[in-house]
Design a protein. Sequence first.
Length: 569
Amino acid sequence: MSQRTDAALYLKRDKRYFLLNNHPTAVFTPIVSATAHWWQSGVIYQIYPRSFRDANADGIGDLRGIAETLDYCAALGIDALWLSPIFPSPMADFGYDVADYSGIAAIFGTLEDFDDLLTQTTRRGLKILLDYVPNHTSNQHPWFAASRSSRGNSKRDWYLWHDAAPDGGPPNNWLSNFGGSAWEWDEATQQYYYHSFLKEQPDLNWRNPEVVAAMHEVLRFWLRRGVAGFRIDVLWLLIKDDQWRDNPPNPDYKPGMPLFHSQHPLYTTDRPENQDIVARLRAVVDEFDDRVLVGEIYLPLERLVAYYGKDLRGVQLPFNFQLLQTPWDARSIAGLIDRYEAALPVGGWPNWVLGNHDNPRIASRVGAAQARVAGMILLTLRGTPTLYYGDEIGMHNVPIPADQIQDPLEKNVPGKCLGRDPSRTPMQWDASPHAGFGDHDPWLPIAADANENNVAIEDRDPRSMLSLYRRLLELRRQHAALSMGSYQPVVATGALLAYVRYTLAEQLFIVANLGAQPAEFALQSVGRAQSLLLSTYLDGGTHLTESKLFLRPDEAVIIALVPPTPDSP
Ligand code: TEU
Ligand code: CA
């Protein structure tokens, strides 16, 4: 019998939990045993190293800078730091163009700095996840230099080379994510090579066993050093059609959209053979104890969950970006949570993301007030949350003057608002020059309101966004119902989103007001309120009786319910 069915039966037999089932499309999530992997109960914190802290005054964040912030990270209450790429790179795509997978870029420091950072994080009970970029290398990688040196080179087949079409043009219609054809002509060897992103990022050939073996060794190199796992870049892109068929047109394409969206990427993404590649990456990581793979996958839910793999032998955490893509209203989000929970394979562990270095800041997308609500949702839904640096202090998108644009995507595809610089600006530590990021003009501008919106100020303010995040992270540690408990949707209407997280020992009721009007919620459908654990207002002003909750605009709360006795009706 599956875990899910078990849980459903259990709930139906047990009056205590049957009470909660007031939801027409109730999804019964499994009751999980007390022993959890760290990557299930823990919280991941993404650091964009260029922008976290600059220790050597060159305007670019670095590893020693990160080391200086570890007390902050530990006190925040997160469990693992995921560092965006720190490897040697010409930085055409800010590190997502790797020239050496087993080194550290000089601007970030040295291998010694890295080992030192690892020692210091471990001492504080924190882990490090690295960013593994398997789909493509830099065109400066020695592998590519060899591959392009001649058609007969032993590494020629490590990349995707193809003859020109009869008219001399690209072999097929495949497009680059970063604009234009994905094929680049190589004059010297008279063939095209394929690049999913910039022409400075040639795609590796994952059908070649030597590439697979070399890239597996990269994983082992860092696992042996002690990293806790990897976030894997563009995991759904690794294999391309071996018959090089044209991608079909996208029927939903509208003029004005980036050209890349004019096609349905049928033959260039999420190919069936990709699943075996993923399972083999997992097997390498499983040679070591309790490490984790997090996959970057932008696919519809049904395809996303395929990356848990057959018998859960894929990645443990296929990134769930749905909160970034769903309209910010209660009914849409309630529906999304139901669909996601229902789509998960038996035993598959959920995860949630509110922001990253490729997307607009949540505070800019939904506004400052709703960003607090969003934070509470992120940290109370079932599954591992990934928190993007700066979101915990409410950083917003920083407008970038045209002459300071850095992002190659914005430069290649201008005017389409694709630029990612606004969400990659330096962390705002305090009100000193450069917001305490470093002693030099930083590589991207600092937010104009950094004097009021920074760690130092929020640290002293008991109602700040930072205080809210710290409290939420603390509650996750104190209450297994939040970190590991089951999830039960609760019927709500209008701007309210409601659910219960529970273990056998406790039931926590979460209600979020996604609207700007006050709202009431009658509690009888879920039980009786015992106490208010937290409000996003952090002011003690929430009005709660045993049977009724009055929410203010943009308020979300966590309420402990009176534990039901086994013989209560
Ligand atoms: O992003 C993959 C990806 O899908 C992005 O191209 C995304 O669509 C785009 O940034 C618009 O939001 C990963 C990395 O996260 C990104 O930073 C890299 O530029 C890209 O891969 C290439 O490695
Ligand atoms: Ca620096």
